[in-house]
Design a binder for this molecule. Structure first.
Ligand code: FES
Length: 169
């Protein structure tokens, strides 16, 4: 992360557009979209100085940003790998084998849930329902859902990541 926390000019334009969606005085409503932008811009996670920077832009207290950022699993509070495997473990996914998928990823990458591989490529997270229960078991990777997962599919996805062949957004 760079010493000075600041969005690139093109990102700042995007930020201003997001803030402009909300009425004067209601800029706090832009918090979640801005945290997504910030996470993408600053290495995939939200360090305290980054959250403070977002608070400054929205003219709100840093604690208001921390409260939201720490509540949702989609925001990372520590450094993550380039590829964050977010496996759903809620009921329907669990009944359809998410435990086996999680174990397969743990064994393949030799990491536990919440850890990142030594090469900095992969992080494994478990998350709650992502609204794709009909396609269980599933996981999110970048902006995309990968559904009806099997061990074979997961192995293939990991290989594609390593080869740089899998789009994240
Ligand atoms: S339970 Fe996994 S997407 Fe809903």
């Amino acid at each position: 992360m760079s010493e000075t926390i600041a969005f690139r000019p093109e990102t700042m334009q995007q930020v201003n557009k997001i803030i402009a969606r909300y009425p004067e005085g209601k800029q706090k409503s832009a918090l979640i979209p801005l945290l997504h932008v910030a996470q993408k811009e600053f290495d995939g996670w939200l360090a305290v100085p980054v959250m403070d920077y977002v608070a400054e832009i929205l003219n709100i207290q840093p604690i208001e940003v921390y409260e939201v950022a720490t509540f949702y699993t989609m925001f990372n509070m520590k450094p993550v790998g380039k590829f964050v495997l977010e496996v759903c473990q809620t009921g329907p996914c669990m009944l359809n084998g998410s435990d086996a998928i999680i174990n397969h990823i743990r064994e393949t990458l030799n990491i536990k849930v919440g850890e990142t591989t030594a090469d900095g490529l992969f992080t494994l997270k478990t998350v709650e329902c992502l609204g794709a229960c009909g396609y269980a078991p599933m996981m999110q990777l970048g902006d995309f859902y990968h559904e009806h997962l099997t061990n074979e599919k997961v192995t293939e996805i990991i290989a594609l990541c390593r080869e740089g062949q899998l789009a994240l957004d």
